[in-house]
Design a protein around this ligand. Structure first.
Ligand code: GLY
Ligand code: MN
Ligand code: MN
Length: 442
């Protein structure tokens, strides 16, 4: 794999802040980082920056606050955890106030303990504050306190705050369309993920446990520089694949099982989201193959539909209609395609959406509909295409040969000027290729 050094440039972070300020004229924008979360006793969960805060600042420490004030003498101020020599000994380096103005390009930085005193000053002239109320308890309190004070002082000449507006939708809209640098990071996360899938396909065998396959899957992720997964890996043998977000990963694989893995390495804060399903034995049974071929056909048709101007829901409709046609042909569903679609009678077997946006978050931000209806695809958007079929406990009425089968095939798809590019196409989904990899591993 090409070990490119990839990152978002500080100029790109600055352009994002500029674009956000341009889209929210008048007033100031206040953004909150994430916070540490306790796991058990004095152990915290690993910290991972809130995606939108990262998107706009490139700053990865908890508790920080960014204040954007277009046109003022400090258009970009950051409140950060201060340099702390004891913290440095026990935990490691922090940017501190100096590190925030230098590499992060803030015009001013303050230690967090000055937030209560400084924020009202920074917002003194603003009659609109763009802030997502409810996103941060401390900021909620400070902002509501300053609104109250300015109202009570209005007669003495202080300008009152007239509007608190939520900037989330504007940020989400920006995040929905990826830059070349973002696509580079996504591709790198997906390339790392591909190495993991190859290792997992070679590790899975009858009697091997799901967690052992998970270890084989994630070893290349870490070795290739992915610091964490974008979400917990789903490594689901046999009927466990019918549990959509199965993450227990403790069972042994059976010789006749299919194995479904849904996993994505994160790289540079962007995550892959890929699912493959293959036979542990290296050979599909007849019923497994019939359903697998149907899911693959559904996925291919849905991917073929992805191009600018097509509606987000239309991709789902193509995938679902194909599944329904096939389920009727197999005798699993009765009726006509239109009738089954109308009644959504397929939902016992296909109960999730075909796609979601992908980026900094696995279920990335950005609207799925607007005033005009469903969101239309535009170049630079990245979505998953992930149809599946599941014959879990809800499908008891189906022929026994299908029961316990769960299949999903998921790829990551970039909308281009004239169609799309499957960023995860290097990971095989063709049955003969899957069978060949397992045979090669034995
Ligand atoms: N891995 C979660 C999903 O596919 O949406
Ligand atoms: Mn997905
Ligand atoms: Mn997935």
């Amino acid at each position: 794999m090409n070990h490119r050094s990839l990152a978002i440039s500080s100029a790109e972070f600055a352009r994002r802040r500029r674009r956000l300020m341009d889209s929210l004229p008048g007033g100031a924008i206040v953004l909150a980082a994430g916070h540490d979360a306790a796991r058990n006793n004095d152990v915290d969960h690993e910290y991972r920056q809130a995606s939108s805060f990262w998107y706009l600042t490139g700053f990865d420490e908890p508790d920080a606050v960014a204040v954007l004030r277009p046109g003022s003498h400090t258009p970009y101020a950051l409140f950060v955890r201060p340099y702390d020599p004891t913290f440095e000994i026990w935990v490691g380096h922090r940017a501190g106030v100096r590190g925030a103005v230098g590499p992060l390009a803030a015009n001013a930085a303050y230690p967090l303990e000055q937030l209560d005193a400084q924020l009202p000053k920074l917002l003194a002239d603003c009659d609109t504050i763009h802030y997502a109320l409810g996103s941060d308890d401390r900021l909620d309190g400070i902002i509501s306190g300053l609104v109250k004070r300015r109202r009570s002082m209005a007669q003495r000449g202080l300008k009152s705050v007239r509007r608190i507006e939520d900037p989330t939708a504007s940020i989400d809209l920006m995040r929905q369309q990826k830059s070349d640098a973002e696509i580079g990071l996504l591709q790198h996360a997906i390339d790392i993920t591909a190495q993991g899938f190859d290792a997992a396909m070679r590790a899975a065998a009858p009697g091997v446990h799901e967690y052992e396959v998970q270890a084989a899957l994630e070893r290349p992720f870490r070795q290739l520089g992915s610091p964490r997964n974008g979400y917990p890996s789903i490594v689901a043998g046999g009927a466990n694949a019918c549990i959509l977000h199965y993450v227990r990963n403790r069972d042994a694989l059976g010789a006749d099982d299919l194995l479904l893995i849904d996993a994505g390495a994160e790289y540079g804060y962007y995550t892959a989201d890929v699912t493959r399903t293959w036979p542990v034995s290296g050979k599909f049974t007849g019923p497994q193959r019939a359903l697998y071929d149907l899911v693959l056909e559904s996925q291919r048709k849905a991917i073929a539909a992805v191009k600018p101007g097509v509606g987000f829901d239309d991709v789902h409709r193509v995938a679902t209609t194909t599944l329904v046609d096939g389920l009727i042909t197999l005798g699993i569903l009765d009726g006509t395609t239109d009738d089954v679609m109308e009644r959504q009678a397929y939902r016992d077997y296909y109960m999730h959406a075909t796609s979601h946006w992908l980026g900094l978050d696995v279920h990335d931000s950005g609207p799925y509909r607007d005033d005009k209806g469903q969101t239309r695809l535009r170049p630079g958007m990245v979505l998953t295409v992930e149809p599946g079929l599941y014959f879990g406990p809800q499908a008891k009425q189906t022929p026994e040969i299908y029961q316990g089968i769960g299949i999903r095939i998921e790829d990551d798809v970039l909308v281009t000027a004239d169609g799309c590019r499957v960023l995860s196409e290097a990971i095989p989904s063709e049955p003969s290729e899957l069978e060949a990899i397992v045979a090669d591993a034995r």
